[in-house]
Write a protein that binds this ligand. Structure first.
Ligand code: TNX
Length: 459
């Protein structure tokens, strides 16, 4: 990022926003955020210049107004988000003034994938809960919302041709709460809300393991064919779809096609993690089938790093969470890697030794741990990396307050790991800037952990 600041400020109050037709939606969103109207001829302008490249933007704040130029519509949107960050934090709550510093910014992302994953299977969270997080994530230029929709404890997305998936599989959650699920209309509204903010929703249907909810609904997908009860335990069950079961291929094909129909984004995540119950050979057949089905649906497959064990034709994405060798193997086959090493990006892990809750299996992830690492650390080349993702697993996260607390400010750290070149990143410098994020989150009504590592700005 190039940032030049001049002396002085400008008050944007009363200014109007103008944009060409293709940026009309972005202009309206900025207008709504700042309480300003759009007009044919405004002092705050949005425009496009494709020489800037994908998601890049230039932002000029002068005494006369603001010019935001995007390499594409997403870039214009990120420029608008930077403008919001330059204004007093209370502005985010519609209360502060609109006095901005005079700056010239040229900015572009390092990686195209800057993701946030929420597990809605272990504990159910509503569309509104997810939209609330998307709003704040987008302020940090996060551009993927990965939703872990299915697991042993719940199936959360309506598949009309297989209604028991949600009727039976969506009826509970860890510890036996009432669970819940999204209708196709609910899901469409989330997809549209995110798309308006240039956040692509990436649905995950976890197959063939972590499939207890599917087996509770349709026992014929399992090896024994016997009914299993929906799990309410936080611990993984040994439920896996059987490769030999007659119903399996049709089920996989139907479900992935339906999820693709409901989700316009370019990616379908098929999970494929932690399956010990089926043979290595059946696992390979399964992953190859999943890939073929996803390709038939016109999408690119994403799977957890276990898929690096299988002979696979590119393109595909492997999401690295545990074993760097499997990520390197995936890259060797021409796959691209999403960097989510648990010890830096797992938002369900404790912040530190004194934490009240959080998992500890991959150690503690304080804010510095989330920030001071690089996706290339384990031997991947820059070109083999799609980007970075923070993952909020919810075995032990059962309400929105905990979602907020575990996510922020760690997701802000991960967003910068994904956006900014390694040479331009420094923990001390980030710590100083992120200390203002507390005031922004506060204004937005989002909770966060006031980590003692940081010198939080006075509110
Ligand atoms: C591992 S990450 C899992 C999840 C758990 C998580 C808890 C991955 C592919 N599998 O099923 O929720 O650890 O930290």
């Amino acid at each position: 990022v190039l940032l030049e600041q001049q002396d002085g400020t400008v008050d944007l109050a009363g200014m109007r926003i103008s944009a060409p037709d293709e940026l009309g939606a972005e202009a309206s969103l900025l207008g709504a955020a700042l309480g300003l109207i759009t007009a044919a001829d405004g002092e705050i302008t949005l425009s496009l210049d494709d020489e800037l490249g994908p998601e890049a933007y230039a932002l000029d704040v002068t005494a006369q107004g603001v010019a935001i130029v995007g390499g594409d519509a997403a870039g214009a949107c990120w420029g608008a988000q930077t403008l919001r960050q330059l204004l007093p934090p209370a502005t985010l709550a519609g209360e502060g003034g609109l006095v901005a510093p005079l700056v010239h910014v040229e900015d572009a992302p390092r990686f195209g994938w800057r993701g946030y994953m929420v597990d809605v299977a272990r504990h159910f969270f509503t569309i509104e809960d997810l939209e609330r997080q998307v709003e704040v994530a987008a302020l940090h230029k996060v551009n993927r919302l990965h939703v872990h929709l299915t697991d042993d404890q719940g199936w959360r997305l309506e598949i009309p041709a297989w209604p028991r998936l949600t009727e039976v599989g969506g009826a509970s959650e860890v510890d036996g709460g009432e669970g819940g699920w999204y209708t196709t209309e609910d899901w469409a509204s989330l997809v549209a809300f995110a798309a308006a903010r240039h956040v692509v929703v990436v649905p995950e249907i976890d197959l063939p393991g972590h499939a207890g909810a599917a087996l509770a609904a349709y026992p014929e997908l399992g090896a024994s064919g016997e009914a299993v009860e929906l799990s309410t335990s936080a611990v993984q069950s040994d439920a896996a779809l059987s490769w030999e079961a007659e119903a399996t291929p049709g089920f996989v094909s139907d479900v992935l096609a339906e999820v693709a129909r409901q989700s316009p984004g370019a990616w379908l995540h098929v999970g494929a993690d932690e399956v010990d119950e089926i043979s290595e050979e059946d696992y390979a057949s399964f992953v190859q089938l999943l890939r073929d089905e996803v390709v038939a649906d016109g999408r690119t497959m994403v799977g957890w790093d276990e898929i690096g064990r299988v002979e696979l034709e590119a393109p595909f994405l492997a999401q690295h969470w545990r074993d760097p060798d499997r990520a390197l193997a995936a890259a060797e086959m021409g796959g691209t890697v999403i960097a989510s090493p648990a010890e830096h990006t797992y938002l369900d892990l404790v912040y530190d030794g004194d934490a009240d809750y959080g998992q500890v299996w991959a150690g503690a992830v304080n804010v510095e741990k989330a920030y001071a690492w690089d996706p290339t650390d384990e031997g991947l080349l820059e070109a083999e990396i799609a980007g970075v993702e923070g993952c909020l697993w919810t075995e032990y996260i059962d309400d929105v307050e905990k979602v907020d607390f575990m996510t922020w400010p760690r997701l802000a750290a991960l967003a910068e790991v994904g956006w900014t070149a390694a040479a331009d990143r420094e923990w001390a410098d980030f710590g100083e800037r992120v200390s203002w994020d507390g005031a922004r989150l506060e204004a937005l009504g989002i909770g966060y952990y006031r980590s003692p590592e940081l010198d939080w700005a006075e509110l």
